[in-house]
Ligand binder design. Structure first.
Ligand code: SAM
Length: 295
């Protein structure tokens, strides 16, 4: 079984990038009345305590959402304000003790006609997810599936309403996840060419991670689809050699979001939000952002 637990990472800089992007995209997609099928292939536990053991051990939220929350809200771009407002809505008072994962954030954007399918394989996270989702609704709007998200999601494409948003956010613990992401997007575009497909990936010194956005861009371009690629780096990703000769790894320094068929409103939203993410979350002079579109 996988050892990755998102609770260690909840609210870190990668979540800030991913969740800001997802909220901005979904806000636009839910403006049109027609029902939207929302698919989360790697859901996680849904809700995380920032003052719990996992989060305290890693302290990653302190360098992500908690830093952002200290900035004066009126100076933030609309996408970052929306993101923080939604995170705050899961908390009482001004301090952030709880962080909503993608299932809770996605659910918060649904209208009654929309449906959300959540896939999670880890038994512990699955139990937590079912409990957290059960508190959100008791009806038919959300389905929690104990299935491989890469495979299980295929049966929901194309959706009956012919409108879909898919988030694919694996832990990339195993190298084969990179190939599976490409396989999923390729297959999804064949089944349902007009869906919006959002992929998160880590920027790490590994050939598969380096190649993923390039291969996604080729895939989208060959299919004649528009795409958007956003990256956020908060520090250098280079390992540091200590005086005693040991090597200290810096932890995740950067990540990216790649969307096929992004809403046209996403580019301007991120153009305003990304420089502020760098300004507020950057830890050294390697902090940087990029935003490319095509198709
Ligand atoms: N999307 C979540 C969020 O933004 O809050 C975080 C998801 S976390 C990065 C990845 C999750 O995928 C983990 O909880 C892991 O147990 C689960 N997982 C790993 N492989 C899976 C698979 N093939 N299908 C479904 N879930 C999987």
């Amino acid at each position: 079984m996988f050892s990755y637990r998102h609770a260690f990472h909840a609210g870190n800089h990668a979540d800030v990038l991913k969740h800001t992007t997802v909220i901005a995209a979904l806000q636009h997609l839910t403006e049109k009345d027609t029902a939207l099928a929302v698919l989360d292939t790697h859901a996680g536990a849904g809700l995380y305590r920032l003052d719990g053991d996992y989060a305290s051990t890693s302290g990653e939220a302190a360098e992500g959402v908690l830093r952002l929350a200290q900035a004066p809200a009126d100076g933030l771009s609309p996408a970052l304000q929306q993101y923080l407002e939604r995170v705050r809505s899961f908390n009482q008072g001004t301090s952030l003790r709880v962080y909503p994962g993608s299932p809770c954030l996605l659910h918060g954007l649904l209208r009654p006609q929309d449906r959300l399918k959540l896939f999670e394989l880890h038994p512990t996270d699955l139990r937590a997810l079912a409990g957290n989702v059960g508190q959100l609704e008791a009806g038919r709007q959300i389905a929690v599936l104990h299935e491989d998200g890469f495979e299980g999601v295929r049966k929901f494409l194309p959706p009956p309403s012919r409108r879909a948003f898919l988030l694919c956010d694996p832990s990339y613990e195993i190298k084969s996840d990179y190939g599976k992401v490409l396989g999923l997007v390729e297959d999804a575009l064949k089944r349902f060419a007009t869906g919006t497909y959002a992929i998160w990936y880590p920027i790490i010194p590994r050939p598969e991670a380096h190649d993923l956005p390039r291969r996604l861009r080729t895939l989208a371009t060959r299919a004649g689809k528009s795409w958007l690629h956003a990256t956020l780096a908060v520090k250098s990703g280079q390992a540091v050699r200590a005086a005693d000769g040991s090597t200290r790894r810096p932890g995740l320094a950067a990540s990216g979001m790649f969307l096929v068929n992004p809403p046209y409103t996403l580019k301007p939203a991120l153009q305003a939000a990304l420089p502020q993410m760098v300004e507020l979350l950057g830890q050294d002079r390697n902090a940087a952002w990029s935003l490319d579109t095509g198709g």
